[in-house]
Write a protein that binds this ligand. Sequence first.
Ligand SMILES: [Zn+2]
Ligand SMILES: [Zn+2]
Length: 626
Amino acid sequence: MVFVIDGVRMEESFGEGNASVDGSASSSFLPRIRRELLPQGTLVLPAYNLGITITAPGHAQFLTGDTAPFGNFPPYDDMGAYYPDLPTLFELVRAQHGLGEEALGLVGNTDLLDAVGRSNYPGLGAEFGTTYVHVDTDGDGSAGDAAGVEEAWRRITEDRARFVLANLHRPDQMGHYGDEIADYADAVRNLDAPIADFWAKVQADDDLRDSTTLVIVADHGRHRTGEADAYKQHGDSCAGCREIPMFLIGAGVAEGVTISDGVALDDLHATLARLLEVESPYALGRDFLGGELAATGDLSPVSAGGLVLSERRDDEWPRGAVFLGDVPVSAPTAQAAGGAAVAAGSEAAFACWRELGALGTSDIPWNPACAWIDESGPVSLMPMPLPEVNVGWRPALALSPGGVPWMAVADNLNGAVDGSAVDRAVRLLSLGEGWHGGVGLEGVYYPTAPALAVSGDAALVAFAASLDASAGRSNRHGELHEVTDPEGEQAWSLLFTSTGASGAERAERPAIWAHDGRLRLAYTTADDAANNVEVVSSADGGESWSAAEVLDDTGRVFAHLDAQFWDGAVVYARLGDDEAELCVEGTSPRCVGLGATELSGFARVNGGARVSVRVEGEWVLRNVAL
Ligand SMILES: [Zn+2]
Ligand SMILES: [Zn+2]
């Protein structure tokens, strides 16, 4: 049983000292929980949201075990729910224990939870997920928190549900929209009795007492900047937004323990997966009660010019480090690194990735980093113009015809103060006397990692985005832009949009190929039932385009992996009947089984692919002939 107190800070929950919101003692907000429950459970001081510090991606982090590289997933109007790409705990519980939907509960009083009850993962999805139940009884959410606790009780008693998540949204709602500070503070205080009573009822129930674990956690905190109204917003990497309360009590949880060594939301996922007795193959965290890392080995390989970089996770690098072969290239001081990209020319290669700063009392940012890689092996870092990036930052790299490094990025710093989104731009940078350019396209809604290719003297940049500030599934599309004078003034012109060209509701993860005026663009699509791959082609430099061709209509394409072009042919990955497959476009796709069901990435090497597959609980790199 998980109660998410939406958007509550440490200082208004389990912190020490006084709360900055109104100066009252931190211990005064949840007094019964602190007095009656805390001594009997395990308290994390503090826990962290190391991803995007807003509601839907916060929940997705502990439901999927990975940071979600995207903003909120609002299903407003007819936008369609935008589901995570990796399996949720809900689906794993149902699929692995053979249970019906009554075994699950996802309740709350915000529309933002609508999309996290299932994923787009092939073979899972609606059949194994759960339907969100909105318990707002009076329309404005004011009674919703107590109703959410009540509904959770009904689920675990009447339905005997195995796993229930209740989002208690009022604190966040009052933080944003309350007329005065007391509205937020009271919304937190109002949760003390319902949660304490809930646990007392569990303890009085013979069937539930010894089998129930309760988690109290927040999806994100709120700003803590010293300004009086800082509490109103959240969404960036400040310590107030990253630090969250986390407490566990009941079955499988040690009594009277305090942990303070950097537990994050993905660690909660790994812990819950073990308590729920499910295998969560894509989980990245550490089971902080049991001690085991969910993921070890080498993940997400990328390659260029014979170099292969991957993300290593082991006891030395529990949150990941970027490796070139067996050499770490991310900073030894970084507590996490990932999102690597690499490009190579005839003489040099360069690579970029992101690193997480130290867990401290001020900001905890993800920073971009880049390096030259030359024959002798040493790696020299190039300073980057972007001071901070978000957890979804993954650059696209290429070398210009003159050998100048180009980088396309989605500049979605999670520094938004409106708490709703990320910044909105796609930029192209070039490396001269330092990185420059980069004005790029502003006003791009929810851009995700772009693709970059060279076409004569121009750059081609493709990305997925939403049509407007509503980020729902049926509002996602792919765009391809030509950028002339990429190292100077830059002129961006739209060559293609999948809007109207594709019948799919959601187009993501575009890949580009360009050769002598011929262009091809591939992207993955997702709707409620299926993930496919589409491709469009142009023979005249983008003046006119073929109709979208569905390359794979099995519906089982992995939504978490980009398609790639190898010599003009689309290469993509899917879940076959009993193993993951890598497929090459042809008159019909030619697919090669990978000997494992989970795939974290694939990269081109001589004669085939280097893939990262999960074998007996370990992520291993393997060469596959294609
Ligand atoms: Zn929230
Ligand atoms: Zn903040």
